[in-house]
Ligand binder design. Structure first.
Ligand code: ZN
Ligand code: ZN
Length: 368
């Protein structure tokens, strides 16, 4: 099979910027040195561009997990130009296809099943999906966003201003234009490129699958550190409408924190979260499936499977009862009808659910 033709602009862009960051940046540093301001600008520009991709392109525009006011969207558009990952319209179109056809080598634009190199960067080096981009029909909704369309139309100019003009200007103010261009421009660009590309490559091969094994996406705290919180990718692929990727408070997800902070400031609203019950159910189902596979091979497998199934059904029922009662209580509170009886009922059901959860965990451990 002959490969599609190379996209020479992309090949040149990735090669030249990579070589520049690997050779020029350390050479200048060793010869002339970098100041604290250049380092701070490197970090600031990295977060500005990275978060514009994750909070803007990804969680806002591709998945609509919340709504954001125009000034925020404008900053995301500028940050997205700084990140040099194409326009928000184009990026979101690709990304929606990725979710819809994940791991399908013919349709997923960066299918992990095509290998690490392909899903990381290879997919951008050749005309693999030239036929898809004429009308952007899977992002019609975004075509009503004036900021998205403005950025799409002026992408090249914005990218040049943000990546060269802005660092050059700050560098000129600081008295060393080249140092700033190398740090906030070049090195930052290459680092953010590869860190965000890891979401398509590494986050589909390395890590755990607590919620689903129907696709290759993984949860991985280390990748989260490199990707502004997007490393909880297994969760994200099953609950893509959730504004969070790391759902626990201790999970590193600065994108989630940014969105939450924006909502406190009145700049974002309608943050969507998956009901906890659905998250717990998905996790349980995965545990059941894994344990079933494990014990099916044992001599008394049939008997154990039956017991496992019974415990699972019981836990599922207790889980449903508890969350239903919790919902009732919430509704009653809203109408100021909450009473002692209702609260007691929730407490009891919670305890019953937790007890069964412990039983379940013990059972899991005994089969491990
Ligand atoms: Zn996504
Ligand atoms: Zn993915």
């Amino acid at each position: 099979m002959t490969k599609p033709p190379l996209i020479w602009t992309n090949v040149a862009l990735f090669t030249i910027t990579f070589l520049g960051a690997a050779i020029l940046v350390p050479w200048y540093g060793l010869t002339y040195g970098y100041g604290i301001l250049e380092w701070l600008a490197f970090i600031g520009f990295a977060f500005a561009s990275g978060l514009s991709i994750t909070a803007g392109y990804h969680r806002l525009w591709s998945h609509k997990t919340y709504k954001a006011k125009a000034p925020v969207r404008f900053l995301y558009a500028l940050g997205g130009a700084l990140a040099l990952q194409n326009s928000a319209l184009h990026w979101s179109s690709d990304h929606r296809v990725h979710h819809k056809h994940v791991d399908n080598n013919d349709k997923d634009p960066y299918s992990a099943k095509m290998g690490f190199w392909y899903s990381h960067i290879g997919w951008m080096l050749r005309e693999y999906q030239a036929q898809r981009y004429h009308d952007y029909k899977n992002v019609r909704d975004l075509q009503n966003d004036k900021i998205v369309m403005w950025q799409h139309k002026h992408y090249l100019a914005l990218a040049l201003i943000m990546n060269i003009g802005l660092p050059a200007f700050i560098g000129w103010l600081n008295g060393d234009m080249l140092a700033m261009l190398l740090m906030a421009g070049l090195l930052r660009l290459v680092v953010v490129h590869h860190c965000t590309f890891f979401i398509n490559s590494l986050a589909h091969v390395w890590g755990s699958q607590p919620y689903t094994d129907k696709n290759t996406a993984r949860d991985n705290g280390v990748i989260a550190l490199l990707t502004y919180g997007e490393g909880y990718h297994n969760f994200h692929h099953i609950f893509e409408n959730d504004y969070r990727n790391g759902i626990r408070w201790w999970q590193y997800d600065p994108t989630k924190w940014l969105i939450k902070a924006l909502s406190w400031g009145g700049l974002a609203k309608d943050l969507r979260v998956t009901p906890q019950e659905r998250i717990e159910s998905a996790k349980l189902q995965m545990q059941l499936k894994r344990t079933q596979n494990r014990i099916a091979l044992l001599p008394n497998g049939d008997e154990l499977l039956e017991k496992l199934q019974a415990e699972y059904e019981l836990l599922k029922r207790h889980l449903a009862d508890y969350y239903l009662a919790k919902k009732e209580l919430l509704e009653a509170k809203r109408q100021q009808l909450a009473n002692q009886h209702l609260m007691q009922k929730v407490d009891e059901l919670k305890l019953r659910f937790q007890t069964q959860q412990k039983n379940w965990q013990l059972l899991m451990a005994s089969y491990a």
